[in-house]
Design a protein around this ligand. Structure first.
Ligand code: NDP
Length: 286
């Protein structure tokens, strides 16, 4: 990891591209509010936006980037292939549509949003091969997966050529997703942690409150700093302007000795998972 001008460290991915370790997530931000929220994030200094076709707000992201006047090349944009478009032809169509919404020739990172092992005859391999084409033709600078379990990653390793640059999975103090994270670390697949503050559920935790109070920081900042120290890529979501700024202020303090271990100890294993289990998740948006 290196620090760039500004404060956010960058992480080098297995294909040589770099990604800011801290970004801004836009899940559940209504389309009409997205441009404003992303504008505030960009003004704050974020240069990495995590969106998805499923969120219905790629257009707002594209509008905010264009209106910001910041060079497109300075902003890292991730989007994701929606669950209804895993068939190769549909994936190509969906990619075109995503680029149209973003008003860009490329995305920095494109992910298969969910593996959907119970749909499409369990064939996420053909979908990944289309992702490889997106990387080859430059429409996606990097490609990766999201919500892939170890078995899904092993299957890609056995049957395809390009190792995913990242795996974006649920990961926070209560669900540290250790097996998936360890597999990624061993195979050059960088972990991106979604719901890094457990969608707000960590806020009242007494152990986290004690650390936050002692350091003069918020619980969210303490947890996000813990992610940064582990090397996770994170992109907390907020539509509250003060929180968008708060979540960016992670680099002027450090956790004290022993704090990391206290947060590590909050892991509840599978019981701490809050979102869907990728082995059975089969949601196709209407
Ligand atoms: P987060 O863990 O980022 O939590 C967001 C929630 O926490 C919101 O309710 C927000 O409220 C609140 N919040 C944010 N900052 C603070 C703060 N400083 N203090 C108190 N509360 C705060 O959850 P997300 O699910 O949004 O995850 C982050 C991103 O990960 C998403 O936006 C998306 O980009 C990605 N993601 C990917 C998934 C996947 O399947 N690949 C699934 C889910 C998320 P408010 O907005 O009201 O301020």
């Amino acid at each position: 990891m290196t620090s760039l001008p500004g404060v956010v460290p960058t992480v080098e991915l297995n294909d040589g591209h770099t990604i800011p370790q801290l970004g801004f997530g836009v899940f559940l931000i209504p389309p009409a509010e997205t441009e404003r929220a992303v504008a505030v994030a960009l003004e704050t200094g974020y240069r990495h936006i995590d969106t998805a076709e499923m969120y219905g707000n790629e257009q707002g992201v594209g509008d905010a980037v264009r209106a910001s006047g910041i060079d497109r090349a300075e902003i890292f944009i991730t989007s994701k292939l929606n669950n209804g478009f895993h068939e190769p032809e549909e994936a190509r169509w969906a990619m075109d549509r995503t680029l149209g919404y973003l008003d860009s020739d490329y995305v920095d990172l494109f992910l298969i949003h969910w593996p959907l092992p119970t749909l499409y005859g369990g064939d996420f391999v053909s979908t990944w091969k289309v992702m490889e084409q997106f990387k080859a033709d430059g429409r996606a600078r990097s490609i990766g997966v999201s919500n892939f379990q170890v078995a899904h990653l092993e299957r890609l390793a056995a049957e395809t050529d390009v190792v995913p640059a990242v795996n974006q999975v649920e990961l926070h103090p209560y669900f540290q997703n250790k097996d998936v994270d360890a597999y990624g670390r061993a195979h050059g697949i960088h972990t991106e942690a979604w719901a890094p503050i457990a969608q707000g559920k960590v806020m009242d935790d007494p152990a986290l409150e004690e650390i936050a109070e002692r350091l003069g920081k918020s619980v969210a900042q303490v947890v996000l700093r813990w992610h940064i120290d582990r090397g996770n890529i994170v992109f907390p979501k907020s539509t509250t302007h003060s929180r968008i700024r708060e979540n960016f202020e992670l680099f002027d303090f450090q956790l004290a000795p022993g704090d990391t271990e206290k947060i590590d100890a909050l892991d509840q294993g599978e019981a701490g998972r809050d979102g869907p289990n990728p082995d059975v998740f089969d949601y196709i948006p209407a």
